[in-house]
Design a protein around this ligand. Structure first.
Ligand SMILES: C[S@@+](CC[C@H](N)C(=O)[O-])C[C@H]1O[C@@H](n2cnc3c(N)ncnc32)[C@H](O)[C@@H]1O
Length: 281
């Protein structure tokens, strides 16, 4: 398999194409998902204990925001499986002047040793495990006596914005289809409430509760092409296509498909998330 390709079995290739793409576009994702960062940071600040682990921390936006919010007494760590993203996290923390311990590792299997955290948190970083029960068991161990607060996407059907680009591009690209299910592992891998209860319960978490949260996000229309050609399955597919195989009308067709979301030169959409809450015994 081409190193840069995503796979339907293992999800996005975070170590290569998907990770590099997120780093390249982090200024845009930082601002689009800032309301989600705020929600998680507030949630952490309202909890007890200042030892916090950010799982699938990506380029560190939420990790740094949490460290800022909790102050220098806090012990904040981030773990991510993607080298380019951990590097970007380290740079972000250094320029923000906060001390954070970042680990490049798979949160599913990483041996945290004697480390323990009061709060295990994540903004959309826990839907990609190959064995979710094993992964959440590992997180329950490291979070012994603490709590989980993980923001994850609800279903693809409740997040139509997320597939606009794919739907519009699919008829133009041979062998490319829009997602029509809650892919696991993948963005919508923890969309189904019953499944999340099964996974977390099987992993030993208690008092499991899924709270639906709808958040308005937006970005300037001038960033639209950069958005859909930089993030998501369409972008990864285009990365692997030689330029001469990209239909001439693709950018125009896909841009046009977003027009119902554009008002006053701003692209706006609602994100349907779960706030997954649980306690580790
Ligand atoms: C959608 S991004 C979210 C990044 C970050 N939390 C944010 O909100 O900006 C998902 C992140 O999960 C990470 N990830 C995926 N599988 C992982 C695993 N098994 N262990 C640790 N991190 C993982 C990816 O590398 C990626 O950084």
């Amino acid at each position: 398999m081409n190193e840069s390709q995503d796979s339907p079995d293992t999800g996005p290739n975070w170590g290569a194409s998907a990770g590099n793409a997120w780093v390249a576009i982090q200024d845009l994702t930082d601002s689009i998902f800032e309301p989600v960062e705020r929600l998680l940071t507030e949630e952490v600040a309202s909890g007890e204990g200042n030892r916090v682990l950010d799982v699938g921390c990506g380029t560190g936006a939420t990790t740094v925001a949490i460290a800022h919010r909790l102050g220098p007494e806090a012990v904040v760590s981030g773990i991510d499986v993607s080298a380019p993203m951990i590097e970007a996290s380290i740079e972000r923390a250094a320029s923000a002047g906060v001390e954070i311990d970042f680990t490049l590792a798979d949160a599913e299997t990483h041996d945290f040793g004697e480390l323990r955290f009061d709060q295990v948190v994540s903004r959309c970083g826990v839907m990609f495990f190959s064995d979710p029960v094993a992964a959440f068991s590992n997180l329950a161990r490291v979070g012994t006596g603490g709590r989980l607060r993980a923001i994850t996407w609800r279903s693809y059907a409740e997040n139509p914005f997320m597939t606009v680009a794919e739907e519009a591009a699919a008829p133009l690209l041979e062998g490319f289809e829009s997602r029509r299910s809650n892919d696991a592992p993948g963005q919508f891998g923890l969309a189904e409430e019953e499944y999340v209860n099964e996974v977390l319960g099987g992993a030993g978490w208690q008092d499991i509760n899924l709270r639906p949260v709808d958040i308005e996000c937006s970005f300037p229309e001038s960033e639209l092409v950069r958005y859909f050609s930089g993030l998501g399955p369409l972008a990864r597919h285009l990365d692997d296509l030689p330029d001469d195989q990209i239909p001439e009308n693709l950018v125009e067709t896909v841009s046009e498909a977003f027009s119902p979301c554009v008002r006053e030169r701003t692209v706006s959409f609602t994100c349907a998330f779960w706030m997954i809450e649980a306690n580790a015994p």
